[in-house]
Design a protein around this ligand. Sequence first.
Ligand code: CUA
Length: 160
Amino acid sequence: MNMHKYEKIWLLLGSGTLLVFLIVVGISAFYMGSKPPSCAVTLDPERVTEHTLFKEPGLKEIGDNEYQLTIVSSAFNYDVGNDEKLIQIPKGATVHVSSTTTDVIHGFEIAGTNVNMMLEPGYISTYTNTFKNAGTYTLVCNEYCGIGHHLMAATIEVIE
Ligand code: CUA
């Protein structure tokens, strides 16, 4: 097979880049133990409500304009601590969001913000977000989880 010089250079460059990429990923994963952040904290998925973080879900003030928001997710509900499924956050507040699922995999997206997580049984997913703009946001499940998937939502109000 006759190959053009530039073709050879291009192929070498392509496979070389791939090799470097795989070596970097391999070293960080297997040698340095890198994992997605959500894999760091685990819990027993059958005893979520006994966990200190999820005993009383909802929004708690933990500092100056700083809040902890914990939500227990299950098919097809976000337990935010009230029946209205409403969370009210003061504008500009920094919120540490933690959630987990008691059953299957669910999504956790606060539409219009950077909060977008996957909830897996046995793991606590966390994300810190500062709500800079007032308005009404919807927390939705973006992983198909069953017949009531489209009903799985809650409302977040960022108030002045
Ligand atoms: Cu939960 Cu879809």
